[in-house]
Design a protein around this ligand. Structure first.
Ligand SMILES: Cc1ncc(COP(=O)(O)O)c(C=O)c1O
Length: 403
């Protein structure tokens, strides 16, 4: 007999992250012999750079296999400090920086350290899905603010103003945005900052995980750099996963006021004891070495973006605008809603369309519903060109088969 645990009330309404569910489903289908293409993945197909792998290997051979300081090795904190100065002209002291197990943990520790029941966190939609359940797990309430396609999926200052209440503790400012690929310019951020200057109790979670996957050259700006007066209430979060194709190494970081960082470190000391020693050594090599790899890879992704968006726009019922950053296309599927598959099944929602693509075209895509904006699907172009070409063929055939 399988025993069922009695769950904490904290788990009510909490689900496994949509990404992990899709990854599992794709694995099952592959095991059943299907040739699945994952357009859903947040994994880049690039390898981690060789010199980074070599640094990890050397660290292991040197015996750097013990627990590190909970908040990260002094050497990695110094490398993060230098990277924040180099890329954003942001000056943080070591006691204002913490190294975490991916930026996921940085975000969660900050929320856990600060939220009281019913506290509100403003999350612009479309959003990276885990923000919502992280807020709920920490006892707070997400307040979702839709960002329409006709404003480039960016938050409008007036919508932010309207969403702020006496209970607002944080606003999430993700730049560039997963899943839309939107990029906030310095001017866009200045408008958001101007609103926040009127609300001194609202803090900012600035998530810049895709900061180097931009197609116009410079790293994406972050709020504390645009409005230094917000720095004392901003947590600048980023990580190495996407920039350096180090998803599995699980290294993220946060920089912010020492008093907040201290509480985040306390949580970390009681939960994970900190990040992997070997991964931290690898991260130093990534941050400290020449950064040419970032531009080289961004150029490859840009070419794929152009090709994939052209092919997607050739599919009947689908449309997208090439994004300024990230490796995702957020594709409107409004034109297929209301159609039927050959077995008569109605495509009533973007989730139905995603299921149809999985069952009939062996394509895994994310439904917009999981990002808080419908009817859209998110498709990734972090795939080799040949995979992108094949995926687009399947997508086109699947759209044409709908009536
Ligand atoms: C916007 C955003 N923030 C944070 C994360 C967490 O990334 P990691 O924990 O790998 O640093 C992701 C992962 O896909 C993301 O898309």
């Amino acid at each position: 007999m399988n025993a069922t645990p009695i769950l904490s009330p904290r788990m009510s309404g909490i689900k496994a992250s949509p990404a992990s569910v899709l990854r599992r489903r794709a694995r099952e289908l592959r095991a059943a012999g299907r040739e699945i293409i994952e357009l859903s993945s947040g994994n880049l197909d690039f390898p981690t750079p060789d010199h980074v792998i070599a640094a990890a290997h050397q660290a292991a051979r040197r015996g750097e296999t013990r627990y590190t300081d909970v908040d990260g090795t002094p050497e990695l904190k110094r490398a993060v400090q230098a990277a924040l100065l180099r890329d954003h002209q942001l000056d943080y002291e070591p006691n204002e920086i913490v190294i975490t197990n991916g930026s996921t943990q940085a975000l969660f520790n900050a929320l856990l350290a600060t939220l009281a029941p019913e506290d509100e966190v403003i999350v612009p939609a479309p959003y990276w899905a885990p923000y919502l359940d992280q807020v709920r797990l920490a006892g707070g309430m997400p307040v979702i603010v839709p960002c329409a396609q006709n404003n480039g999926f960016r938050l409008r200052a007036e919508d932010l103003q309207a969403a702020i209440s006496p209970r607002t503790r944080w606003i999430v400012v993700n730049n560039p945005v997963n899943p839309s690929g939107a990029l906030y310019s310095p001017e866009d951020l200045a408008e958001i900052a101007a609103i926040l200057m009127r609300h001194p109790d609202v803090w900012v979670l600035a998530d810049g995980l895709y900061e180097h996957i931009v197609f116009n050259g410079a790293p994406a700006p972050t709020l504390a750099e645009i409005e230094p007066r917000l720095k004392p209430r901003t947590l600048t979060v980023s990580g190495l996963a996407k920039s350096y194709a180090m998803m599995g190494w699980r290294i993220g970081y946060a920089a912010g006021p020492a008093a907040l960082i201290r509480e985040m470190i306390t949580i970390q000391s009681q939960t994970t004891s900190g990040a992997s020693s070997i991964s931290q050594a690898a991260a130093i090599a990534a941050l400290d070495s020449a950064q040419d790899v970032l531009a080289e890879r961004a150029a490859i992704l840009r070419a794929r973006r152009d090709r994939f968006s052209e092919l997607v726009n050739g599919c009947s019922g689908l449309s997208c605008t090439p994004p300024e950053a990230t490796f995702y296309l957020l594709v409107s599927c409004a034109g297929v809603i209301g159609k039927r598959a050959s077995d008569g099944k109605l495509i009533a929602t973007d989730r139905d369309f995603s299921s149809y693509l999985l069952e009939q075209a062996d394509l895994v895509v994310f439904p917009g519903e999981d990002f808080g904006l419908s009817p859209y699907i998110r498709v990734s172009f972090a795939n080799p060109s040949s995979t992108i070409e094949e995926a687009a063929k399947r997508l086109k055939r699947a759209c044409e088969a709908l009536q």
